[in-house]
Design a binder for this molecule. Structure first.
Ligand code: NTF
Length: 826
């Protein structure tokens, strides 16, 4: 383990009092085996041991958890609520042991029971409650909020089925359902008493109440009950344990359908189906599939439950409604929870009887919005008919917000009706649609992007008019990742060396890694650094072999691209280079190129045909290359199936080279890039997202830069891009495309990759061909650098040393200071 228990978690006799010693853990594991699993050691399955240990660890969190909740209830402090449709929290046991500081004790306890801790940890099914970066970011932020002892709650959806499990058959992605709850979830506490009702459909009526005030009554067609399912989120070696509260939906049996549409029995049943399936499944797209009724229902469901819960907590604190925004701030993780703008207004107006101005003031002071994408196809909009039929009352409120907002725009810019149309919450250009990013911006006191470049592009493009109107509301908070999971937990070998070299404090203050710089040229230190990397590569090689059957040599350069499969991320650019390399090596067997192992991992949205074809291509190349004796010891290609948090633990620590090759201007930030950097991988990348800042921190000489800049991309596309010109100008590229088109990587079937090749030749929306030559030249520099182990190791050490900025602790401090006005309460 990386570190021994530090001061906050007591050791020795005091640890025993808290049950943190090996003996009491051992006792509890045995007790739990009997009392919760109804098993005794001789017949216990490995999974029984996992459950018994997890319950024992959870029990040790409960005291802190209850304490933390009480502390927040009593203190006059603002609580940060992180609203997110996704929390990709990853496996819990190992992380909780690390944060509690009892890994060694648990190891000893399990050993005494004849069990190996690592084997037990490896059994955990991870909750796949997210698609990728956005959901994982939310989980990293929860870890930092707890570690920094900031009062916080995560609010989201407890999906019964998370992101699908990816299998590869005949080179194609096949989706299988993720039954993560099948064997029970020891980390979750269900709270049937914490439940709220959420309305759907029906109609509204206005009336004047007893005090003569205008009130709107929403008669719903259907109601869904949301029940809280809580997961503890312990900070690293601190007493604070925050809560992740996920809502699961239940049908409301007794709901009276009598006053709505009595004759329409099937219609009513149809509506009931929604309530039963609402929290069933996570939408597996990293960009929204427009117009999915159930998805909108999910968003409204979890937002309404969360806001109602915050209002109840305010009451519990004995605070008046006027103090809501002083006691809570709600961060909207992209537009998925942006319906919060209308829902908080509704709760304040219709349920609490506030006047519009006051309700609006509270709403704006409470909400803040993080944008995570500029891709036009990923910006959420909802058609009016669908929205109206599901959420009639919120829609009226949106109309009124829009009316008042556009008045303000008209006052500022009289006569500028094109600006009014651009800024409106309703896009009137085609079929009328609600623009959720506009709603979130208008209803928030702060708007931020997730990397410096992204935040400036956001101000200059998608939200330009809004940034002009309210410049003071726009911020940047560059993303960060937790060094607990993505360094201490997943790379224990390196963590030990870091402890020894810069002291254990780095885990809670990642800037201390700067202390490594002094050792970057020390030959003995370098040897240890390489030995750790080599051992990590051996571990990954094992996993690769058991997942794919392919044997890879840990001495090869591990060149890794893991992330969702998307054309803008350009896995196909990487694939084109592999094909070119393969041809070069076939032609010139004597070529002195470094042996390379290309590793890919990532899921494609089930409906995204081109992304699935890219997976097929990578597997096709892998099949040919890995079975060609001439490539032995020179080139290997791996598609690692079902990339998730669990497999990521083995992948990041084993990387030599991190592929961050998106089209400049398209990747908002990226966070995998940061995880690779911390673990000592060098980056080959474009000036996109957080790569820009990674290069700044690492130093340009320690980063392999290539490709068009964001402004070049924009200009090229504006002036008319002709991909065929680039193919004509580059023999190697043309030959690679020809070989793919010939069926060489599809068992002779030349039709398989035709859509991909034709799309590239004709459109190439993400400029892979325009960037190819520079990418290949940059890969040649990588090759040369790898041939000098001392030089490479120095760069690797410096990358880790300078990764401090990318800790989620830094990011959360910035949210606390700039956006939430929130301080730790310790
Ligand atoms: C993603 N956005 C971006 O594509 C990544 O660049 C970024 O690192 C993560 O967010 C986290 O900020 C989305 O998933 C979405 F939904 F906005 F498209």
């Amino acid at each position: 383990m990386a570190a021994n228990p530090t001061t906050r978690v007591p050791g020795g006799a005091e640890a025993a009092r808290h049950g943190l010693d090996a003996e009491s853990l051992q006792r509890d594991v045995l007790d739990n085996l009997v009392s919760l699993q109804a098993r005794y050691p001789a017949i216990a399955t490995p999974h029984d041991w996992y459950m018994a240990l997890s319950y024992s660890v959870r029990d040790r969190l409960l005291l802190r958890w209850v304490d933390t909740v009480q502390r927040y209830a009593a203190a006059d402090v603002r609580v940060a609520c992180y609203l997110s449709a996704e929390f990709l929290i990853g496996p819990q046991l190992g992380n909780n042991l690390l944060n509690l500081g009892i890994e060694a004790q648990a190891r000893a306890a399990m050993l005494a029971l004849g069990q190996d801790l690592d084997t037990v940890i490896a059994l955990e099914e991870e909750p796949g409650l997210g698609n990728g970066g956005l959901g994982r970011l939310a989980a990293c932020y929860l870890d930092s909020l707890a570690t920094l002892q900031m009062p916080a709650l995560g609010y989201g959806i407890r999906y019964e089925f998370g992101i699908f499990r990816q299998a590869i058959r005949d080179g194609w992605q096949v989706e299988e359902t993720d039954k993560w709850l099948q064997k029970g979830n020891p980390w979750e506490i269900v709270r049937p008493d914490v439940a709220y009702y959420v309305n759907f459909g029906g109609h509204t009526q206005s009336a004047t109440d007893a005090e003569g005030r205008f009130r709107v009554r929403w008669t719903a067609a259907n109601q869904v009950k949301g029940v809280a399912c809580d997961t503890p989120v312990p900070g690293y070696r601190v007493e604070t344990c925050n809560t992740l509260r996920l809502w699961k939906s239940e049908a409301v049996e007794s709901f009276d359908l009598a006053d709505f549409n009595v004759g329409d029995y099937y219609g009513a049943v149809q509506e009931k189906v929604i309530s039963e399936t609402l929290s069933k499944v996570l939408y597996p797209n990293d960009e929204p599939e427009m117009g999915k009724r159930l998805r909108l229902a999910q968003q409204y469901f979890f937002v309404s439950c969360s806001l109602q819960d915050m209002l109840r907590l305010l009451e519990l604190k004995g605070e008046p409604i006027e103090r809501f925004a002083d006691m809570f701030v709600a961060q909207l993780n992209d537009t998925h929870p942006s319906i919060a703008v209308a829902e908080l207004m509704r709760l304040l107006l219709d349920e609490r009887g506030l006047q519009w101005e006051q309700a609006w003031d509270i709403t704006r002071r409470t909400l803040a919005y993080t944008n995570h994408t500029l891709l036009p196809e990923a910006l959420e909009t909802w058609g009016l008919p669908l929205f109206r039929s599901l959420l009639p009352r919120p829609l009226e409120i949106i109309y009124e917000i829009n009316r008042r907002f556009l008045d303000e725009v008209r006052q500022r810019h009289p006569g500028d009706e094109s600006r009014v149309a651009r800024m409106s919450l309703i896009d009137e250009s085609g079929d009328r649609r609600i623009r959720m990013a506009h709603l979130a911006t208008v209803g928030s006191h702060a708007v931020n992007g997730v990397a410096a470049l992204h935040s400036s592009l956001l101000r200059e493009t998608v939200l330009r008019d809004f940034a002009e109107l309210w410049p003071e509301r726009f911020h940047n908070v560059t993303n960060g990742v937790t060094p607990r999971r993505f360094l201490a937990l997943c790379n224990p070998g390196l963590a030990r060396l870091l402890d020894e070299t810069v002291g254990e404090g780095w885990i809670a203050d990642l800037t201390r890694l700067r202390g490594l710089e002094a050792h970057a040229d020390d030959a003995a230190f370098q040897r240890r650094w390489r030995a750790i990397k080599h051992a990590n590569k051996e571990v990954l090689a094992q996993h690769i072999q058991s997942a794919t059957g392919v044997v890879v040599d840990p001495r090869a350069l591990f060149d890794i691209q893991v992330k969702r499969i998307h054309e803008y991320k350009r896995q196909h650019l990487n694939a084109l280079y592999m094909v070119a390399l393969y041809q070069r090596l076939r032609r010139e067997p004597q070529l002195a190129l470094a042996p390379r192992c290309f590793v890919f991992g990532g899921k494609a949205a089930p409906g995204y045909a081109m992304a699935k074809l890219i997976i097929r291509l990578i597997n096709g190349i892998a099949e040919v290359v890995n079975n060609d004796p001439a490539m032995e010891g020179r080139l290997k290609v791996i598609f690692f199936p079902n990339f998730n948090v669990k497999s990521a633990h083995h992948i990041y620590p084993a990387a030599d080279l991190s592929e961050q090759i998106s089209t400049a201007g398209k990747e908002a930030s990226g966070t995998g890039n940061m995880k690779f950097m911390m673990n000592g991988a060098l980056t080959i990348g474009t000036l996109d997202g957080a790569n820009v800042e990674i290069r700044e921190e690492a130093g340009a000489e320690n980063f392999f830069l290539f490709g068009l800049r964001a402004q070049d991309v924009e200009r090229l596309q504006r002036e008319g891009y002709r991909p065929a010109d680039h193919v004509a100008a580059h023999d190697e590229l043309r030959e690679a495309l020809d070989l793919i088109a010939s069926g060489h990587f599809s068992r002779g079937e030349s039709e398989v990759f035709r859509p991909l090749v034709e799309n590239l030749m004709q459109w190439d929306h993400f400029l892979a061909l325009a960037d190819y030559a520079d990418y290949a030249a940059c890969q040649a520099r990588v090759d040369a650098a790898w041939q000098d182990p001392a030089g490479w190791t120095r760069m690797s050490i410096l990358n880790t040393a300078r990764s401090g900025k990318f800790s989620s602790d830094r990011a959360i401090r910035e949210y606390g200071d700039r956006i939430w006005s929130l301080a730790p309460i310790g």
